[in-house]
Design a protein around this ligand. Structure first.
Ligand code: ADP
Ligand code: ADP
Length: 228
């Protein structure tokens, strides 16, 4: 079963220097329960694709369907609501709020979506921190823990509203390879539990372990067997 359908997705940036086509007609079916890799050089269009998949920016043309919702057709308000409840995002630089405890960081998406409940939310946040083996650090603030631990907390936050789709933009890019491995193992576990993860990466050795890999260059998919 397909969770995400991309149909001829085009994104053109309009700049003073002219129009720049960052995505030039991407189509793909991302299946449920898969760990999908997107790999490509700097400037290939990976961040732009992430912004389209997570609904932080509009496409120029084409369609994106996620779990039957035509994301391309949503207006600004609908998009914000849809994103908060249906997509978990994980960044290279973790992006935890520095003045909040890990527990409060994990509850933030519930709060933002109007799903906060005074008893259930802290309990669920603690369960999610437990899932990423960070429950014992729940009351620490991000600056007092390691990068790998921050990324674990960020994964718990991405799961807060129980999204089907998780989009991770170079989630291991700031981590040493041993720590990257622990994060990747966690992704494999989430996928085994039915989540669908789209992960942008530069790391070919991780990419080789994914269930599907897409290579992108100049805003188009390319065949790139020779990289292996
Ligand atoms: P990647 O994430 O693969 O490095 P990006 O998606 O960030 O690639 O960028 C793809 C291309 O689009 C690059 O040439 C980049 O300079 C350009 N680009 C990205 N964002 C913008 C923007 N907001 N305005 C103009 N050009 C952009
Ligand atoms: P990455 O580390 O993924 O390659 P970039 O450094 O290319 O990311 O871009 C970081 C952010 O800046 C992205 O949101 C991208 O859309 C934006 N961006 C990239 N290139 C340009 C550009 N030429 N003009 C405006 N914004 C850009």
């Amino acid at each position: 079963p397909v969770l995400v359908k991309l149909r001829e997705v085009v994104k053109t940036y309009h700049t003073p220097a002219g129009d720049f086509p960052a995505l030039r007609g991407l189509s793909a079916d991302f299946e449920r329960g898969h760990l999908i890799g997107v790999i490509g050089k700097s400037g290939a269009g990976k961040s732009t694709l992430v912004n389209m998949l997570t609904g932080v920016d509009h496409l120029s043309s084409g369609e994106i369907w996620v779990d039957g919702v035509g994301v391309h057709a949503l207006n600004e308000n609908e998009l914000a609501l849809w994103r908060g409840r249906n997509v978990g995002v994980i960044y290279q630089s973790f992006q935890l709020l520095p003045n909040l405890t890990l527990l409060d960081n994990v509850m933030m998406p519930m709060d933002l979506c109007g799903l906060y409940h005074p008893q259930r939310s802290p309990q669920r946040a603690m369960e999610l921190l437990d899932l990423v083996e960070m429950a014992d650090q729940a009351f620490k603030i991000p600056s007092t823990i390691s990068g790998g631990q921050q990324q674990r907390a960020a994964i718990a936050r991405a799961l807060a509203n129980d999204p089907q789709l998780i989009v991770a933009d170079e989630p291991t890019g700031s981590l040493d390879s041993a720590t990257a491995e622990t994060i990747f193992l966690l992704f494999e576990r989430l996928v085994a539990q039915g989540k669908t993860i789209v992960m942008v990466t530069h790391d070919h050795s991780l990419a080789r372990r994914m269930t599907r890999i897409y290579h992108i260059a100049d805003g188009l998919w390319i065949d790139d067997e020779k990289d292996y």
